[in-house]
Design a binder for this molecule. Structure first.
Ligand code: COA
Ligand code: AMP
Length: 621
């Protein structure tokens, strides 16, 4: 069997042949004439992603195998859908969408909790060649509105409520408010009524999900071009306006199918559980598409790592459903460790079937790595990727050749990704020296071909800084053995409990407060969540407000505008912010101070005393 080095080199030297071979694992309506062209990966090929994720497995005799296990401790439900069940539901839901006028190329927004209907909805869109855009349930109405206006969905699919351990989240009023704020009008909303809190439907606009699907005839798969979009997933950029990451059909199916076997070492029929949310890229790739394309059983878990009901929740699910591969974020492991430091809950369950624990979404700190490795006695695999790439950029590819682990490193670049670390001039830095982590073009299949309805921003955000390279936005270094170490974002993006957040978006909200003159938001280290956003706020002269009161108002404002997921609770009123002489706030320097990195004041600084003051405040907080 070829080892990692050989496979990797082949992928970089002969990407055409490499990916053409991988493409054979996908069923095409029209096989692509070649893998790569100026029109994108697999241009000229035609396929349907839903067919590859569902129908083909039924045709191949997997109809009775579990496709999806829904495990919801918050509702006390465990339910299994076989591939045949899934096909039936997806085809009828696609029929409903078709009856509502949704066709290939139309967009559909999905704003749903972690219920099987969310997965069915995504696949139903894929079946029709429609483009889904899933919005995470923890976002507020205003954020949903921004996405609705940008995606311009023909139909919105939602549910009456989501269930958080501490409260019911009524989604329907959030959707109503979002539609009031948005200028775009979908022609219909289909609402899944959950018994925990049914919603009042708006006559003439809303349909009851179950009734509507019951009356719909099944729809067949629509063949689409490999380069047609499968979905748009909005993610945080450096400003308040989210970026619509586009995923194509062909490259995505090929890359995800390949990654399941080669990165994750997963085989058809195995149980694969990504404990994330369908609203994030991890959910798209490894709750929905990856496992289903590979004929695995995926677990859809509506619960938390702790509190539903205890820190043994993950171990219970692993044992009960025979999970072989678990994928989650380090923050989830930290949450378990905090409540059960001795790992006593893990010992109550039979975890002998668990082969790998994969972690991503934020840096895996060595403490968490060692704790999980010691507890489980299986490989714990840090891997690094982003919404934009859709699948791992650096990982220990256990399906090719497990490499020795270096704690703190997601190991080496995954085949397909030519990772280069560059200095500010665009020159490669020597091993061990930190710089901007980039990927030399071409990016492999499955990565973003553009930003939805904003190709200029795609070029300016990712391709302009270092011509010929994709800018990841992360800083880090390669060591002498070629292991990558990712040290954190070099821009205004932070990671809060594995959720990606733009500090620029939080700043826009703070700046809208009538008493705020100016502000800066940075991520500060948090033991549990990795990072938390923290605001530094200068009040308008003479406003006479009590700082503590304004700080409370700001926390409420961010929760209302961005949503609870921002976890924005802390801000401090300061007399001034450090700036350059041209008036630019020294956010980068503030970030360095907060991260405990060495920093130097730029020569263009307006007043060094202001920087010293803020450094003191950051250290105190
Ligand atoms: N719908 C509505 N609200 C949601 C939500 C959803 N789908 N998901 C989270 N929220 C809310 C939470 O209720 C919480 O609200 P609160 O301020 O009223 O308590 C807030 O958003 C923050 O949620 P979360 O980040 O989940 O923090 P938490 O304190 O509830 O739990 C962890 C902390 C570590 C247990 C949790 O973040 C976790 O399980 N993370 C796993 C990471 C993950 O899934 N990452 C995805 C990429 S792999
Ligand atoms: P998202 O697009 O939400 O998946 O967030 C992507 C960002 O999360 C990356 O750019 C990194 O900053 C961070 N990230 C994800 N995985 C890792 C990891 N394994 N190690 C370090 N940072 C990570």
């Amino acid at each position: 069997m070829a080892g990692y080095d050989e496979v990797y080199q082949r992928s970089i030297r002969q990407p055409e042949e490499f990916w053409a071979q991988a493409a054979r694992a996908v069923e095409w309506d029209v096989p692509p004439p070649r893998a790569m062209s100026e029109h994108g990966w697999f241009a000229g090929g035609r396929l349907n992603t839903c067919h590859n994720a569902v129908d083909r497995h039924v045709h191949a005799g997997r109809g009775d195998q579990a496709a999806l296990v829904y495990d919801s401790p918050v509702t006390g439900t465990v339910r299994t859908l076989t591939y045949a069940d899934l096909l039936d539901r997806v085809a009828r839901t696609a029929g409903l969408l078709r009856d509502l006028g949704v066709g290939a190329g139309d967009t559909v927004v999905i704003y749903m909790p972690m219920v099987p209907e969310a997965v069915v909805a995504m696949l139903a869109c894929a079946r029709l060649g429609a483009v889904h855009s899933v919005v995470f349930g923890g976002f507020a109405a205003a954020e949903l509105a921004v996405r609705i206006d940008h995606a311009r969905p023909k139909v919105v699919l939602s549910a009456s409520c989501g269930i958080e351990p501490s409260r019911l989240v009524a989604y329907k009023p959030l959707l109503d408010e979002a539609l009031e704020r948005a200028s775009h009008r979908p022609s219909a909303c289909v609402i899944l009524q959950r018994p925990q809190r049914p919603a009042e439907l708006t006559p003439g606009r809303d349909l009851d999900w179950d009734d509507a699907v019951r009356g719909a005839a099944p729809a067949a798969c629509v063949s689409v071009a490999a380069t047609d979009p499968l979905y748009v997933l909005y993610t945080s950029g450096t400003t308040g306006a989210p970026k619509g990451v586009v995923r194509d059909n062909g490259g995505h199916a090929v890359a995800l199918r390949w990654s399941m076997e080669n990165v994750y070492g997963a085989a058809p029929g195995e149980v694969f559980w990504a404990a994330s949310d369908v609203g994030w890229v991890v959910g798209h790739s490894y709750i929905v598409y990856g496992p289903l394309l590979a004929g695995c059983t995926t677990v859809l878990y509506e619960g938390k790592p702790v509190g539903t009901p205890d820190p043994g929740a993950f171990w219970r699910v692993v044992a009960q459903h025979g999970v072989r591969t678990l994928f989650t974020a380090p923050t989830a492991i930290r949450a378990i460790k905090k409540e059960d430091p001795s790992g006593s809950y893990a010992k109550k369950y039979d975890l002998s079937g668990l082969r790998y624990l994969f972690l991503a979404g934020e840096r895996l700190d060595p403490d968490t790595y060692h704790w999980a490795s010691d507890l489980l006695g299986i490989p714990v695999i840090d891997h690094w990727w982003q919404t934009e790439t859709g699948w791992p950029v650096a990982a220990n590819c256990v399906g090719i050749e497990p490499l020795p682990v270096k704690p703190g490193s997601p190991t080496k670049p995954v085949p397909g990704y030519d990772v280069r670390v560059l200095d500010t001039n665009g020159d490669e830095v020597p091993p061990g020296v930190e710089g901007a982590v980039t990927v030399r073009l071409p990016l492999p299949p499955g990565t973003l071909p553009t930003l939805y309805r904003d190709h200029d921003r795609f070029v300016s955000a990712y391709l302009s800084r270092y011509p010929g390279h994709y800018l990841t936005g992360d800083g880090g270094y390669l060591d002498a053995d070629g292991y990558l170490f990712v040290m954190g974002r070099t821009d205004d993006v932070i990671n809060v409990a594995g959720h990606r957040l733009s500090t620029g978006a939080v700043e826009e909200v703070l700046a809208s407060h009538p008493d705020v003159a100016e502000c800066a938001v940075i991520g500060v280290a948090d033991e549990l969540k990795g990072q938390l956003p923290m605001g530094f706020v200068v009040l308008k002269a003479g406003c006479g407000r009590d700082p503590a009161e304004v700080e409370r108002e700001l926390a409420a404002l961010v929760r209302e505008r961005i949503g609870p997921v921002a976890a924005f609770r802390r801000s401090v009123v300061v007399p001034r912010l450090p700036k350059t002489r041209s008036g630019k706030i020294l956010r980068g320097t503030m970030r360095d101070i907060a991260a405990g990195r060495p920093y130097t004041a730029p020569s263009t600084i307006e007043d060094p005393a202001a920087l010293a003051e803020i450094a003191e405040t950051i250290r105190e907080t």
